[in-house]
Design a protein around this ligand. Structure first.
Ligand SMILES: *[C@@H]1O[C@H](CO)[C@@H](O)[C@H](O)[C@H]1NC(C)=O
Ligand SMILES: *[C@@H]1O[C@H](CO)[C@@H](O)[C@H](O)[C@H]1NC(C)=O
Ligand SMILES: *[C@@H]1O[C@H](CO)[C@@H](O)[C@H](O)[C@H]1NC(C)=O
Ligand SMILES: CC(=O)N[C@H]1CO[C@H](CO)[C@@H](O)[C@@H]1O
Length: 621
């Protein structure tokens, strides 16, 4: 079963072709913060290429172009890479302010000047920044992950770096950014996606300690994250810049560090889906020199050795399917399965910052002396300047639809529009062609109830998710009993006597001229595999279209005004599909529906498109 799962996955993903890189992350300092030297880098790169049981790990991701301990001297890693023919995903530290970036650019330009094509031929890409967006997110702040930078700053820096290499031998190399998956799916950071040539994604199920994250869920959590990132990437390549499972350290919820678990994760995630298919820089080759951090992710210990702590040969994958969790999912995790649409849940990511406890791995490269002064020193590696990174974790979510346009994610702020997402700021016109048209605005049918799996609404669109559909990109609960409390984002739809939920849908421009139908699906509990709901009371709900989209800051007091009341079912029973309204699609717009309980209706469900889908969707036909 496993094998067949893997085969299917491999087939579905095989993109192809060109060279696919694999390697490890390399910090600029040792765990005692001493700078890594050219001979150390060379030993590490050589070790990576000669690991017993593994071949082809000949690419290095760096966090900085500055040699640790200097202001703007280029990294000794460059000479080591040239000596060992190691390809490079270069990094420029992005949280050191303009002066820090300028030092990075100075170092990089000097290296290009000094080595010419011997260096530039090795460059796979250049990442401007690493987890800068994560560090300014609530999770990053709570975890004291250090100084970060916002989307405008990073986008601007990316532009500066593109300009800086334009006249050099590195002209045209892809320039992008690395961040946690949770940062990528946060639509507030869309400008960085727009500015990037590639998306570097870090994801660590181990750190997703608010989710069900035992090693058996490592595969599904990781690919939920990967797929969700692909879903928002607008067709740009998504590279895996950090992932791994620790061999030792504290247990994070159900995630237990151990050598067998690290091997299982390598087999399932690395061998099973990434190596040879997606550019991947694993976390990590060695993180324990001279002292071992906690957690520790190194596949080799100290001293550096070609013999890994566990079997890297991937042989367990092809032979014993048992090792691969068949995507087991827990209630909180949805797998993307839909063919055209995909969705994903975004997890809450958690990550540990680089600092605090987390570890240190580090990477850091920190320009020494330079900027990042306060990055979080991880135990062990406290170095002021280190740009470190620690593995972070964030999480998961899925979604990406190969050529189509639908994506989705369970709740949360995902804005996964392939290329141009409707923004609130640019409310697209009302449908150009059809003025009064309206998507689920115009009631073609009064709420109709259809036995599950049946059918078609009066408009002719399927009520079920058998065809193209849109998933809500933001679910905001607002509470009458706490009227000024910002709703934030939720994975759940909650409809009770005090709480109403607002669902934002982003309707792609490509749906122009099509019919959109707002449906509510409530399967029987026993038909749900990855979701659940609780239902009590009697009554139903009322749906209203709002004049403007809700945001995470929307509270009961600030709910936008109602544009039209669509009505809703007077009673709701599991096993039914409810067609709320149908009409011309509001193509290119973000539309928002508020759902309020009637009677004593009380429903709390996990919005999920997995079989059987549950919740509010817009079907398109
Ligand atoms: C989303 O990104 C913005 C900009 O980087 C950040 O300020 C905000 O905290 C992020 N939100 C979450 C929930 O991470
Ligand atoms: C991620 O997307 C791929 C390709 O669409 C799909 O085969 C896979 O099942 C998805 N994985 C998860 C965990 O959603
Ligand atoms: C979301 O709904 C599921 C299923 O009813 C429930 O188990 C979970 O506790 C809910 N979560 C929240 C935050 O309400
Ligand atoms: C809010 C939040 O996600 N906090 C996380 C910070 O990191 C620790 C682990 O160091 C997690 O336990 C917390 O959940």
């Amino acid at each position: 079963m496993l094998s067949s799962t893997l085969v299917a996955l491999a087939a579905s993903l095989s993109l192809a072709s060109a060279q696919v890189y694999k390697g490890f992350n390399y910090g600029a300092t040792n765990t005692d913060n001493s700078p890594k030297t050219v001979s150390q880098y060379q030993n590490e790169f050589t070790t990576a290429q000669n690991l017993v049981g593994a071949t082809g790990f000949a690419s290095a991701r760096l966090y900085t172009s500055i040699q640790a301990g200097t202001t703007n001297t280029y990294s000794e890693a460059f000479q080591a890479a040239i000596n060992t023919k190691t390809s490079l995903l270069l990094g420029l530290w992005g949280s050191g302010g303009q002066a820090g970036l300028s030092n990075e650019i100075t170092a990089l330009q000097a290296a290009i000047q000094a080595f010419g094509s011997a260096l530039t031929d090795l460059i796979v890409g250049i990442s401007v920044g690493s987890e800068d967006l994560y560090r300014i997110s609530p999770t990053g702040i709570i975890n004291k992950s250090g100084i970060g930078a916002g989307p405008d700053v990073i986008s601007n820096y990316i532009g500066q770096v593109k300009s800086a290499i334009a006249g050099t031998a590195a002209n045209g190399k892809p320039v992008g950014h690395v961040d946690t998956w949770t940062a990528w799916v946060n639509s507030s950071n869309d400008a960085v996606i727009a500015a990037s040539d590639f998306i570097g994604m870090d994801a660590y199920p181990y750190f997703q300690n608010t989710m069900t994250n035992p090693i058996d869920n490592g595969y599904s959590l990781f690919f939920d994250a990967y797929n969700a990132t692909v879903g928002v990437a607008g067709g740009k390549p998504v590279w895996v810049t950090e992932t791994g499972w620790p061999v030792s350290g504290p247990t994070e919820n159900q995630a237990v560090p151990s050598v067998p678990n690290a091997k299982a994760y390598w087999d399932q995630v690395g061998c099973g889906r990434l190596f040879g298919q997606v550019n991947t820089w694993w976390y990590t080759l060695q993180d324990s020199f001279p002292t071992t951090p906690s957690p520790s992710f190194g596949i080799v210990g100290n001293p550096l050795s070609d013999t890994p702590l566990y079997d890297l040969s991937c042989s367990g994958v092809s032979t014993s399917g048992q090792d691969v969790p068949s995507a087991s999912v827990t209630a909180a995790i949805a797998l993307a399965t839909a063919a055209t649409a995909q969705a994903g849940n975004v997890g809450t990511g958690q990550k540990i910052g680089s600092g605090s406890g987390a570890q240190g791995q580090n990477a850091g490269s920190a320009p020494a002396g330079s900027a990042p002064t306060d990055l979080a020193p991880a135990p062990g590696s406290t170095s002021p300047a280190v740009g470190q990174q620690t593995p972070t974790a964030e999480t998961q979510a899925p979604a990406h639809a190969p050529g189509s346009t639908v994506y989705s994610t369970t709740g949360v702020t995902i804005t996964s529009c392939p290329s141009s997402c409707p923004k609130e700021s640019q409310p697209q016109t009302e449908s150009p062609t059809v003025p009064a048209a309206t998507a689920p605005t115009t009631l073609i049918t009064k709420t109709s109830v259809l036995p599950s799996a049946s059918a078609v609404s009066a408009s002719g669109c399927p009520a079920s998710l058998s065809g193209t559909y849109e998933f809500p990109h933001l679910i905001v609960p607002v509470d009458k009993s706490q009227p000024s409390k910002a709703g934030g984002t939720s994975y759940n739809g909650t409809i009770s006597s005090t709480i109403s939920s607002i669902f934002n849908f982003d309707i792609p421009q490509s749906d122009s001229g099509k019919t959109c139908t707002l449906v509510f699906l409530l399967p029987q509990q026993d038909k749900l595999t990855t979701s659940a709901f609780s239902l009590s009371g009697s009554g139903g709900f009322d749906v209203a279209r709002l004049s403007s989209p809700a945001t995470e800051q929307t509270s009961f007091n600030t709910v936008p005004s109602v544009t039209s009341d669509l009505g809703g079912p007077e009673s709701v029973t599991p096993g039914n599909e409810y067609v709320i309204a149908s009409g011309m699609c509001f193509a290119g717009q973000r539309i928002s529906y508020k759902v309020t309980a009637t009677g004593s209706f009380d429903l709390n469900y996990f919005q999920d498109f997995n079989p059987s889908p549950i919740g509010f969707y817009i079907t398109v036909c």
